[in-house]
Design a protein around this ligand. Structure first.
Ligand code: SAM
Length: 218
């Protein structure tokens, strides 16, 4: 995409490479998707800093490094069906649209889901379907998913999400209490419904609220 932010995106790609992101498809997506369109106007000058930013409704667009690393952990080849929980601004949804065949994304705050949908439609990304609802339940009718990414902190690994993974599928999710979590890679076994879980690194996300997340409204 040609706009006044190309240089900023290149700098962000260099920052992510410096932090160890190696997946070229992920780096290409970061170099392409106009992150400034996903942040509120007054914060556009910070859109390509490697920081989380507020997006309204008490929510955030996550730090680019964490988003890129989460995408990388899913090891996408372009042929996958992916489920994202926590659409937020829709930026990571847009990255995923360049990395997978189809992307389903769920957001519990209607305003955010609507706004993300508008930005994504304006960009012409046509392999994304966004739903307003409780993503801790997954989205069973479209399952199984080759990969699932959760962009909010969960007290534990939600069982419905593991059930909706395809054999060998990968789930990336921050797990832990509200104030600190560990980004965790869950890989479903090919031969049965069991899974392995690997801690990747410390993170801090807003809470996943809902039936298989934290109780409450904020
Ligand atoms: N990846 C997003 C982006 O690129 O902007 C950032 C997501 S933000 C850190 C987490 C989002 O998860 C918030 O928008 C929040 O409303 C949403 N969320 C929390 N619990 C949810 C649930 N049960 N189902 C769907 N979305 C949920």
């Amino acid at each position: 995409m040609t706009d006044g932010f190309v240089g900023y995106r290149s700098q962000l790609v260099e920052t992510l490479q410096g932090k160890g992101v190696r997946d070229m498809a992920v780096l290409r997506a970061v170099a392409t998707i106009p992150r400034h369109l996903f942040v509120p106007d007054p914060l556009r000058h910070q859109a390509y800093d490697d920081v989380a930013l507020p997006i309204g409704n008490g929510q955030t667009i996550s730090q680019p490094y964490v988003q890129a690393r989460s995408c990388e952990l899913m090891r996408l080849t372009g042929r996958e069906r992916v489920l994202e929980i926590g659409t937020g601004s829709g930026y990571q949804t847009a990255l995923l649209s360049m990395l997978a065949e189809s992307v389903f994304s769920i957001e519990r705050i209607a305003d955010l889901a609507r706004h993300a949908h508008e930005v994504i439609r304006a960009l012409g990304l046509d392999n994304i379907t966004i739903m307003h609802g409780d993503g801790s339940l997954g989205w069973r009718p479209n399952s199984p998913y080759d990969a699932i990414v959760v962009a909010a902190a969960s007290p534990a690994i939600p069982q419905p999400l593991v059930e909706q993974l395809a054999p060998g599928g990968r789930l990336v999710i921050p797990v832990g209490p509200r104030d600190a979590q560990v980004l965790t890679l869950v890989t479903r076994h090919r031969e049965d419904t069991g899974y392995e879980s690997t801690p990747v690194h410390d993170v801090r996300f807003v809470p996943l609220l809902g039936q298989f997340g934290f109780a409450g409204t904020g």
